[in-house]
Design a protein around this ligand. Sequence first.
Ligand code: PPS
Length: 305
Amino acid sequence: MPNPKDVESVPRPEIFDFDGVAMVNAFTDNWENVQNFQARPDDIVVATYPKAGTTWVSCILDMLYFGQTSPERQTSIPIYERVPFLELSIFNREGMNLVGVDMVNNLPTSPRLIKTHVPVQFLPKTFWENNCRIVYVARNAKDNMVSYYHFDRMNTVQPAAGEWNDYFQRFLDGQLVFGSWYDHVNGWWQKKKTYSKLHYMFFEDLVENTEQEINKLCSFLGLSVSQEIKQYITGQVQFDNMKKNSMANYSTLSGTVMDFKTSPFMRKGKVGDWKNHFTVAQNEKFDEDYKQKMKDPSLQFRTLL
Ligand code: PPS
């Protein structure tokens, strides 16, 4: 187990091109089993570009489905075990075996809640064949980049973050793990136009009105949940509560793959933190580049509330 003080010296993986998408081994080593994964019709997928609100929505879904029947889950099982990360394959590393496909196949629950960061073209085909429900969460690119930067500083499964200015350019170039944010959010948005069981939601809307987003999720999932329970869940998943909840805040991985002394997983949870990172010149460059890449006027993000 690396000493968190030594996070700088832990070897980091190399990024490589994987069918046009930047990836690292931890997400491609088990690729055949990922692609051959057998979905069930009631499986629910939480798909996101990294750092867009996966954990937040995973906790909401877990409480909606299992909060009444087995509330002890939320206080005894880390979120990454309740909602496994399908393509993750960390084997024999720091004494850890986290193999997403196996973790999903061993889930005792129904429905199974499954996390993925793959771009739409990589989702295993049985999810489409079984007409599974998919919740896609998107976050504005500027805050997404900042959150990812701090995550890459502290997560040894990821390539090193390096200097901020360099990181900024790699984000624009689509050279972070799971590839281009622009391709990711657009790819899933286009899919929504033809696949009705895809619910596309925004991190900013969740911050602005969590309860309203929970209501929309319930309609999409066909769940009838009392107002009282929805309000209870809304309270439980507010940032400050999740930050101190060791089953939601990834602290059980701190000191192994993650180093919370460098940056915690639950960092700020805000809209607009990019303003504390972007220089004026970077912001201008970003906006110009964004216009070139984001051509569909129906997909709009808010960078401030
Ligand atoms: S991961 O590693 O891709 O699964 O990360 P992910 O969960 O998608 O994103 C982590 C960011 O989401 C923030 N977060 C929240 N914000 C507000 N409220 C709640 N409840 C919440 N839960 C998680 C988390 O703090 C990360 O964002 P930043 O901006 O870094 O704080």
